[in-house]
Design a protein around this ligand. Structure first.
Ligand code: SF4
Length: 318
């Protein structure tokens, strides 16, 4: 790691009221300078509790937008403007309109938080891979159109057979490309190793899982579990979290080719330093990243399903 860039970033953290958030899928060097590492919703919630005026989200665009939606008074920066999740855009607004017109009040549109603000604004409720079962289970409508991820949709539908599901056509190519044959090969190589699978993976891979869960849940399985080796079917960045908090006595192995998210990998330490220099010091010669601004009307419509999600997840826990 370039220590002078890291020193510059540390100076900003000491001098300015800034917090740096990273996703489990970011590179090791980005995770190492972050104040908090978590999944996308955890990042948004940490930002709410943080006293910082400026939040840097070292992820993809929908993550920074969700943080801004929940923290409209804060400055939210994205180091790499080009880091954008393809799946977040895989929502067919015409199909949503057609289904609403066909099924009327019997239909609810449930939108994965890994989506654009425009997709959220079309929806009745948002979900995450961690709370989808709780939240959708409490929706009164018998028919659920789950957007955009068809794999997450199929996973949830299997667990709530009393509802009818219509899936979106999107998927995360990183998770969808994980091949069941390579997972089988790892099961042969590491007999007894638990298979931990993200619900964005295909049905064939989910069928091999000992646990299907959100990234946080899968990391938690390694932290709490007794096995020495785990077969991890999600993005390789979680290896750093395991190495830091669990130690070398537990090993995680990944199916080949190693799953990596090209958009998360676009975020570099240099870009993180530069976005701080540009927005906090006004150093125009540096890469400026992206400062999230959301149109007021879009923010109002996109916030509604997110708030509904929170109210249903809290109601379930109360
Ligand atoms: S891992 Fe998949 S869902 Fe997550 S940001 Fe990358 S492309 Fe999007």
């Amino acid at each position: 790691m370039d220590s002078s860039i890291k020193d510059d970033i540390d100076q900003f953290k000491k001098r300015d009221n800034v917090t740096i958030l990273a996703h489990y899928y970011n590179s090791e060097e980005i995770q190492s300078v972050a104040d908090f590492v978590g999944d996308s919703l955890a990042l948004a919630k940490v930002a709410v509790d943080s006293p910082a005026d400026t939040v840097v989200v070292c992820g993809v665009r929908f993550m920074a937008e969700t943080v801004k939606l929940l923290n409209p008074e804060k400055t939210v920066l994205l180091p790499c403007a080009a880091a954008d999740c393809p799946m977040a855009h895989m929502v067919d607004a015409d199909k949503v309109a057609m289904l609403r017109s066909r099924y009327g009040d019997d239909l609810a549109v449930a939108c994965y938080v890994n989506s654009t603000l425009e997709a959220k604004a079309l929806s009745d409720v948002c979900i995450t891979s961690a709370n989808a079962l709780d939240v959708i289970g409490q929706m009164p409508q018998p028919i659920i159109h789950l957007i955009p991820d068809r794999n997450l949709g199929a996973h949830i539908a299997g667990a709530i057979p009393q509802k009818q599901f219509i899936f979106g056509d999107g998927c995360c190519a990183v998770h969808d490309d994980i091949d069941a044959c390579t997972v089988m090969a790892l099961k042969d190589a590491y007999p007894g190793a638990p298979v931990l699978v993200h619900p964005e993976c295909s049905a064939a891979v989910r069928a091999l899982a000992d646990v299907v869960g959100s990234t946080s849940a899968l990391v938690g399985e390694v932290e709490r579990g007794r096995a020495g080796t785990y077969i991890m079917c999600t993005v390789e960045g979680v290896r750093h979290r395991v190495a830091e908090f669990v130690g070398p006595e537990k090993k995680v192995v990944f199916p080949a080719p190693t799953p990596r998210c090209v958009d998360m990998d676009k975020v570099t330490l240099e870009m993180l330093r530069d976005v701080l220099m540009h927005h906090l010091d006004g150093r125009q010669e540096r890469g400026k990243g992206f400062c999230v601004e959301i149109d007021e009307e879009l923010a109002r419509r996109a916030a509604r399903p997110v708030e509904r999600m929170f109210s249903l997840s809290f109601a379930k826990r109360a």
